[in-house]
Design a protein around this ligand. Sequence first.
Ligand code: PMV
Length: 336
Amino acid sequence: MTKATVEAPSNIAFLKYWGVADLEQAIPRGPSLSMTLHRCATRTTAVFEEGATGADEVLLADTTATNDAPELSPAPEAFAAPVRQHLSRLRKVAGRTGTFTIATRNSFPSAAGLASSASGFAALTLAALQALEHPVSPAEASVLARRSGSGSAARSVMGGYVAWPEGPDHAAAQVALPDHWDLRDVIALVETTPKKVSSRDGHRRAPTSPFFEQRIAHLPARLEAMEGALQNRDFAHLGTLIERDSTELHLITMSSVPPIFYWAPATLAVLEAVRAVRADGVPAYATLDAGANVHVICEPAQEDTVAARLAAVDGVHRVLRDGVGVGPRTDVPALL
Ligand code: PMV
């Protein structure tokens, strides 16, 4: 029996991945760029029993538990099925036969409505490969993580700032270390239920927007501009590009057929608050993934002001604070 535990963080996309060349393998139509987070993470323990037969067991931790030994219960089939599928893929890559027991736990507050597939599939990929004693490079880990079908997981196997460019193998790569720039992500939670349309469906519908090909055409130039602003620590330039890209992602979703409206009424109120805080001389820029919650990117000196202003907006249930993180860790207690 071999066992490994990995905690992988979530990430917030500055340049959004939306639209696929291959949905099953999550091969993107365009490049993306993200900041790996620190607090929002998934911890996964994988136990591999060589030669054992039967179905892999998938257990979920009680998200309300605060201790290191949370109660575990069998995951619902909708959660377990893609996990088992990914485990079969990894077993094949490693050329091994046997059975896994997987236990997983999100650090995100329960029902936060935040995406967990990026951190979840990154943690699962890394923990399972370790339990299989199959060492891989960061680029190989990125490719295997995206083959889960969750493309953004390709960026969560690394820390700091990560680009996922187009390329023959579609592997993500770190473009700046976490200590290059201490950026913060202040998250205004306006919706605590899972989103109504999955990102999988969103990727599928994206090409039906009449603006999709236009977006794809200018993404390489935007990636270059973002990478430049990141390297130069030009916050106003980077922030402007981040906010523009997020609005454009939602322009694509709203103009897809049938349309997808991820925003909630309070989303608009938060976006207005971000513009107001900026008008008061506080540099902060908003970005949303495929959901209604708003991530506000700022520098450390502005974090308290931003958090207070977001908390005061009607319809904001809770404000979470996160920031750039170092990437996956193994120095964490096992769940099994
Ligand atoms: O990884 P997926 O298939 O859940 O897609 C993620 C899509 C966005 O979060 C909206 C953008 C991104 O690049 O993370």
